[in-house]
Design a protein around this ligand. Structure first.
Ligand SMILES: *[C@@H]1O[C@H](CO)[C@@H](O)[C@H](O)[C@H]1NC(C)=O
Length: 257
């Protein structure tokens, strides 16, 4: 911007009224007396404005199209870098607004994607009768403040230990992990699930014991483990809520373990 000059301002007004006026060269060396005006601006300024507008439009267009490309074709990268949609089990989920994921059947296959932890609004995650493999990702603990229901039932070859991050899911009311291939000890961090009403663990290769801390939860309705003489039964010592499933006969019977 040139500093404001009242004389030059008057000259411009004069130009508007007398476009054919000529000036002696040297009196006003900066101004070209034959300046062509576009929208009331000298040609060069008008051209500069048009170029700036075009550049801004180009930048905006390229930004919107590149985020669209990411959303539609490269969601695994987008999920880790931007809060766009995330692709789970062959379906796209919007990160900020997905509250429920219920899935079962043939598309539930391959490793359990760690991107599950990006669904920050999730309240219900129910996966059953699938062909998942590998571990439950520790990122499941990132769903802490929202998740009420977690069901991973008969998911195929879901194996490994139950991640200790499960103890971060302090809003959980229902935790069902039955009929998988989970092994190792029941994590003591499960005792932190103070909202829990239902805990189902039968038909895995889990060992250890249900954390005694859970027994103090007044809202606890049911804890279900394998009945003995399972080769590696999980001990449960909460009065009145511990039940067991005998999966040789698929008959359910009540009893203390
Ligand atoms: C889990 O299953 C995979 C094959 O799906 C296997 O490679 C891995 O060793 C298993 N892990 C455990 C702890 O059993």
């Amino acid at each position: 911007m040139e500093p404001f000059d009242i004389d030059e301002y008057r000259d411009e007004d004069d130009d508007d009224n007398n476009t054919n006026e000529t000036r002696p060269l040297g009196v006003e060396p900066k101004r070209n007396p034959l300046t062509v005006r576009v929208f009331g601006l000298p040609l060069r300024k008008a051209a500069a404005v048009v170029i700036v507008v075009l550049l801004v439009m180009a930048v905006v267009l390229s930004l919107t199209s590149s985020s669209h490309d990411k959303a539609s074709s490269d969601t695994s990268v987008a999920a880790s870098t931007t809060p766009g949609p995330v692709r789970l089990f062959g379906t796209s989920y919007h990160v900020a607004s997905t509250t429920d994921v219920y899935r079962h059947g043939h598309r539930l296959k391959g490793p359990f994607p760690s991107e599950i932890g990006t669904l920050t609004a999730l309240t219900v995650l129910e996966l059953y009768h699938g062909a998942l493999s590998g571990n439950i990702p520790s990122e499941i603990g990132l769903l802490s403040s929202t998740l009420n229901v977690l069901v991973l039932k008969d998911c195929g070859s879901l194996n490994g230990t139950v991640p200790s991050e499960i103890g971060l899911l302090t809003a959980l009311k229902v935790l069902r992990l039955e009929d998988d291939k989970l092994s190792g000890s029941v994590p003591t961090e499960m005792g932190l699930l103070t909202a829990l009403e239902e805990l189902l663990l039968p038909n895995n290769q889990l060992v250890g014991s249900v954390p005694g801390d859970l027994c103090a939860n007044p809202q606890l309705k049911e804890i279900r483990v394998d009945c003995p003489p399972d080769p590696s039964p999980v001990a449960c010592a909460c009065d009145n809520v511990c039940q067991c499933t005998s999966h040789e006969t698929h008959e359910e019977e009540e009893g203390q373990t």
